[in-house]
Design a protein around this ligand. Structure first.
Ligand SMILES: NC(=O)c1ccc[n+]([C@@H]2O[C@H](COP(=O)([O-])OP(=O)(O)OC[C@H]3O[C@@H](n4cnc5c(N)ncnc54)[C@H](OP(=O)(O)O)[C@@H]3O)[C@@H](O)[C@H]2O)c1
Length: 338
């Protein structure tokens, strides 16, 4: 809801917007929609009128505060940041004085700390211009998951002619990793527990789609294996690799509440890596302007088209996060905001 005065240039007064917030950690039921006053942007701040916001497992982690080791960064007893949501696409509403390249009215995609809102506050360097022909819900699906997929491919030295297995190819990161690996010239095998995505994964360029519940072809000798989920032990994952191949751990759910099974496995991988012939890498991804612009360009020329599962309205952000966390989503989930 917007009341009172409108934005002019870099000044915003009397504007309140609906935003999804929480004051404590808990399941997504702790989320509330409130009306929030917006002060005028300062420095390199940018206000973006959000058209669509991407939903990811990262949102579930930030809302629940699990695994609890992450609270060292996000706030020990309660979350420091009350807003929720990382990825957005929309239109610039107002800019601070230190933002040289964006103007009110510009379409953008990118990241923020509270993207589940009618207007999100972020910084100029976290945004990239978005061409008019790319739908907002398509663009909002890409920033964090796409950047993570790119970083995973780099960690695995994936390039032309490499043989890659994406183990867990049906989620937000997995579907994008398959397409980005194909665009890098790799021969990509997609292993998924979501057989209904097989056609989409083949259309993205995967040469083979495997049922991961049947076990992903031990001894296949992949140059790189990207793992987006599951707590399969390292000794089993290494059997999928060529002798000097790369095992890239993106993330995994489950395990202990303090460290989490995925982080614990990543810690073991870091300790083991110096002693083995194959490469063990973990991805800790953060968006950056160059990768955001690269992903935007791929969206703009149609080379990258994220697999969209479904959309939810802003008021149903909790249901959207629950849907992603349930494992039922095929590809990306997006909130449509305005
Ligand atoms: N390191 C980072 O910087 C970073 C950044 C973003 C996300 N992450 C983490 O990466 C993981 C994936 O994120 P997401 O956004 O893609 O989540 P998502 O959309 O919920 O997808 C979950 C993924 O887990 C896979 N999976 C589930 N059980 C599996 C198993 N037993 N073996 C192999 N794969 C399995 C699924 O594969 P199917 O398609 O086969 O069902 C799916 O691809 C999450 O744990 C997330 O927290 C890490």
């Amino acid at each position: 809801m917007t009341t009172g005065a409108r934005t002019t240039g870099t000044r915003t007064t009397g504007t309140t917007v609906r935003a999804v917030v929480r004051e404590r950690y808990g399941d997504p039921g702790v989320l509330r929609v409130v009306h929030r006053a917006l002060p005028a942007p300062t420095g390199d701040e940018v206000h973006v009128r959000v058209a669509a916001a991407g939903v990811a497992m990262g949102d579930w982690h930030l809302v629940t505060g699990l695994p609890s080791v992450m609270r060292l960064v996000t706030g020990l007893r309660a979350p420091r940041e009350h807003g929720v949501g990382l990825d957005l696409a929309g239109t610039v509403e107002a800019v601070g004085p230190d933002v040289p390249d964006l103007r009110p009215g510009d379409r953008v995609l990118g990241c923020g700390r509270a993207a589940f809102a009618e207007v999100a506050v972020t910084r100029g360097r976290r945004l990239a211009a978005l061409p008019a022909h790319v739908p907002a819900e398509v663009a909002a699906a890409v920033p964090t998951s796409g950047t993570t997929a790119l970083h995973a491919l780099r960690a695995g030295r994936v390039g032309a002619w490499t043989r890659v297995l994406v183990l867990g190819a049906g989620g937000g990161v997995g579907t994008l990793a398959v397409r980005l690996a194909v665009l890098a010239g790799a021969e990509v095998t997609a292993a998924t527990g979501r057989p209904r995505l097989a056609d989409a994964l083949r259309a993205a360029g995967a040469v083979a789609v495997l049922d991961r519940s049947a076990g992903a072809a031990p001894g296949a000798g992949y140059d790189a294996v990207l793992v987006t989920g599951g707590l399969t032990p390292l000794r089993d994952l290494r059997r999928l690799l060529a002798p000097r191949g790369s095992l890239v751990l993106v993330g995994a759910e489950g395990g202990g509440r303090v460290l989490g099974g995925g982080l614990a496995r990543q810690a073991r991988a870091a300790a083991l890596d110096p002693w083995v012939r194959y490469r063990l890498r973990s991805v800790v991804s953060r968006e950056n302007p160059a990768d955001l612009a690269h992903l935007r360009d791929l969206l703009a020329d149609g080379a990258l088209a994220p697999v969209l599962d479904r959309t939810f309205p802003l008021a149903e952000a909790a249901a959207a996060i629950d849907h992603v966390a349930s494992g039922a989503a095929r590809g990306k989930v997006v909130l449509t905001v305005s």
